[in-house]
Design a protein around this ligand. Structure first.
Ligand SMILES: Cc1cc2nc3c(=O)[nH]c(=O)nc-3n(C[C@H](O)[C@H](O)[C@H](O)COP(=O)(O)OP(=O)(O)OC[C@H]3O[C@@H](n4cnc5c(N)ncnc54)[C@H](O)[C@@H]3O)c2cc1C
Length: 419
């Protein structure tokens, strides 16, 4: 807990993978750091994701061809994407931008912008995990996308072309090769794409807790509460939280899907949607194993091995920010997922729900605020925030130090949304 009215070099709002990575990187430059976060582990997307540190995830959701699928999503005919109809008026400004971004040229440019960061994701995680004793939680086991027909696989041709352009290694697999990699999957997949340079995290929640403990061990102070507003002071910024004002030379806004609401307290309006996802763990029978995360393109779910169990994860649900969880989507994918892998009893009574902080163009928002140069935005990583949290932390720390960022960041500029 923060004591007295101390002033910090850096005040980070949000203790997920992005905020903690920024905190650790700032500390490594000798800065004093405070982290403001409610301290509820399961309240973070960083806790409940699929754990994939994907080398191939350079594609925004706003992809060519998605416009044609919208009626299916809106009518609830696609298990991978579900929209609660009453949320649509609220989401409309985001959706309009999303649809504008779903054009091939913009999509290719976004992939090119993401590629340098995504290329470093695995190594940056390992470097950070090494620092905090978390290396055992990270494996280089690849990631497998599975298709049930040649036609479905053919639909990935454009993505494969762009991956090849950026030098991302993939292996296209047939039925037998899939079986060799994953002997316990049912024989329902005719084609697969294997990403050998991808890794995964055995337990993302545990890794985040290690990062939190490491930041604490290096002197970061944690204020376990919710920030209400960010304000400018004479010589820096301050965060109003828990009835107090926490002052900092710099403030980093890394509150995941809730970041836009806080940015608004200073007049910035970012289009940020919470793309919800659900997960639940299941037991595996004796002798049955899953060796790496797999995505069933037709089933719209991911299965990810976690600590001897399997985590079943859903695609996207669009809802109002404070809507209660609705387990329809995870209940819909579970029977199909059971046909893929013979898992047994659920571990938890209820599934977990979390929110991917998503911009319409699929690029994160990383950079100094236009009117408040001591405020650094670091949010909006959508589906790839676990993987790219450490790289983002390094960028944030370099911006604070006035150094050249370690990666090209122009495309992530808040300025594209007027911020
Ligand atoms: C189902 C699912 C599967 C996913 N799979 C993957 C994957 O395999 N690989 C991958 O790379 N990414 C994946 N993601 C995405 C990834 O989890 C997110 O992009 C990433 O965790 C975002 O990190 P963050 O630190 O920005 O946000 P979060 O982890 O959500 O952390 C934000 C923190 O800010 C806190 N906060 C919010 N409001 C306030 C406030 N007002 N004051 C103070 N604190 C506040 C929250 O409580 C939280 O602790 C997945 C996401 C989901 C939902």
């Amino acid at each position: 807990m923060v004591q007295g009215s101390k002033r910090f070099d850096v005040v980070v709002v949000g203790g997920g993978i992005v905020g903690l990575s920024a905190a650790l990187e700032a500390q490594s430059r000798g800065h004093s750091v405070a982290v403001i976060d409610p301290g509820i582990a399961t309240g973070r997307a960083s806790y409940g994701n699929a754990g994939v540190l994907s080398r191939g995830s350079i594609f925004p959701m706003a992809a060519p061809g998605i416009r044609a699928r919208l009626p299916r999503y809106a009518l609830g005919r696609d298990v991978a994407v579900r929209a609660r109809l009453r949320s649509l008026p609220y989401l409309m400004p985001w959706l309009v931008r999303f649809l504008l971004a779903a054009e091939e040229g913009a999509w290719r440019r976004a992939a090119a912008a993401l590629d340098p960061m995504v290329a470093q994701a695995f190594d940056r995680h390992v470097a950070l995990a090494d620092l905090v004793g978390g290396r055992h939680l990270i494996r280089r086991n690849g990631w497998l996308r599975l298709y049930r027909s040649g036609d479905a696989f053919a639909g990935s041709a454009l993505e494969r072309e762009v991956l090849a352009h950026h030098g991302v290694r993939i292996d296209c697999l047939g039925e037998d090769e899939i079986r060799q990699l994953e002997p316990h999957l049912a024989h329902r997949f005719s084609h697969g794409i294997f990403f050998p340079d991808t890794g995964s995290v055995e337990s993302p929640g545990e890794l985040v807790e290690l990062y939190r403990a490491a930041a604490g061990g290096r002197g970061a102070e944690f204020l376990d509460c919710t920030a209400d507003a960010i304000v400018e002071t004479e010589d820096g910024m301050a965060v109003l939280a828990g009835g107090r004002s926490i002052e900092g030379g710099h403030v980093v806004l890394a509150a995941g899907a809730r970041s836009a609401a806080l940015a608004r307290t200073l007049g910035y309006r970012f289009p940020l949607a919470a793309e919800r996802g659900y997960h639940r763990h299941f037991e595996l029978p004796e002798g049955v194993e899953l060796r790496r995360p797999v995505y069933d393109a037709a089933g719209g779910y991911v299965l990810s091995p976690m600590n001897g169990k399997v985590r079943l994860l859903t695609g996207v649900e669009l809802a109002l920010p404070d809507d209660a969880p609705d387990y329809t989507q995870i209940e819909a994918v579970e029977p199909d997922a059971r046909k893929t892998l013979a898992f047994t009893n659920p571990v938890e009574e209820k599934p977990w729900m979390g929110s991917r902080p998503s911009t319409p163009d699929g690029l994160p928002v990383i950079g100094r605020a236009a009117r408040h140069p001591r405020l650094v935005f670091a949010f909006g990583h959508g589906h790839i925030g676990l993987a790219n949290g450490p790289a983002t932390g390094a960028i944030v720390a370099s911006l604070i130090a006035g150094e050249k960022p370690p990666l090209p960041v122009e495309a992530f500029s808040p300025a594209r949304f007027g911020g």
